[in-house]
Design a protein around this ligand. Structure first.
Ligand SMILES: [Zn+2]
Length: 259
């Protein structure tokens, strides 16, 4: 019973954090300035009516309002529900598998998942990844590696370097031989975050699986336009790759802990 209560509590806390991530995604996507980002209540993006607390309950409000604004009935993006759900579920799952390794591991991996979610959606909307998340995320990943039991600071540091420079090198070679921009600096900074949290293995999963996922997703567009030269948001695919990397990296743990 006590255990069940902890899980429920973690899910609710995680969903509330997801709600906050939604605010970050929205405000950074709209390129609001820092004061606007940090201040003020949430409001409906359509009719600008400030939301009351009962319009803002994670997951529940979305269901009760049937995905529509209470004031103007404009549809609310499913993204809000999705991010809140992922926020809750990932905290619960990470706690379940990693709490024997101590709270810094659970917290570190949870922060990492939150960064993946936020950066994926912002890149999807704007084709950009804000430095505050990439630099901040890399720094945080390096600091937490001193506390986590599942990664050494050396691994994190090398991971961040490999993440950043592998993209820079690929980008340089591509530009030199094909004359086009393949990957942006944003992707390099994103992979530095992945490396700081997951080490070199995470970087390679992210880069290679991410490329495969992106190619599959954009294949129809490639076939149609007969070229590879259109701008695509790459971070969501790198993030998916990193997530698979996270699962692979910890598969021995998962097997061990579920016994
Ligand atoms: Zn509205």
């Amino acid at each position: 019973m006590g255990e069940l209560f902890i899980y429920l509590l973690l899910f609710l806390v995680g969903a509330s954090i997801g709600s906050f991530l939604n605010v970050l995604i929205y405000r950074f996507s709209k390129r609001e300035n820092l004061r606007q980002i940090l201040s003020g209540r949430s409001y409906c993006p359509h009719c600008k009516t400030p939301l009351r607390w009962y319009d803002n309950i994670p997951l529940l409000s979305f269901v009760l309002l049937e995905g529509k604004c209470r004031y103007c009935s404009a549809p609310i993006s499913l993204r809000y529900f999705f991010v809140e759900f992922v926020g809750g579920l990932s905290l619960l799952v990470l706690y379940h598998f990693f709490h024997p390794l101590g709270w810094p591991t659970v917290l570190g991996l949870y922060i990492f998942v939150c960064l993946l979610v936020v950066l994926s959606f912002i890149d999807w909307e704007t084709f950009e990844v804000p430095d505050i998340f990439t630099f901040g995320g890399t720094a945080l990943g390096l600091i937490l590696s001193f506390l986590r039991k599942d990664i050494t600071p050396l691994e994190a540091f090398i991971g961040a370097l490999i993440g950043f420079f592998s993209v820079v090198v690929i980008s340089f070679l591509y530009k030199k031989f094909r004359g086009v921009e393949a990957l942006g600096l944003g992707d390099a900074k994103f992979l530095a975050v992945v490396g700081a949290f997951l080490g070199p293995i995470g970087v390679y999963c992210s880069l290679f699986l991410g490329s495969v996922f992106a190619l599959l997703y954009f294949l129809p567009q490639v076939v149609k336009s007969r070229s590879l030269q259109f701008a695509v948001p790459f971070v969501p695919f790198l993030a998916l790759g990193a997530l698979v990397g996270l699962i692979c990296k910890y598969f021995p743990y998962l097997g061990f802990l579920s016994k």
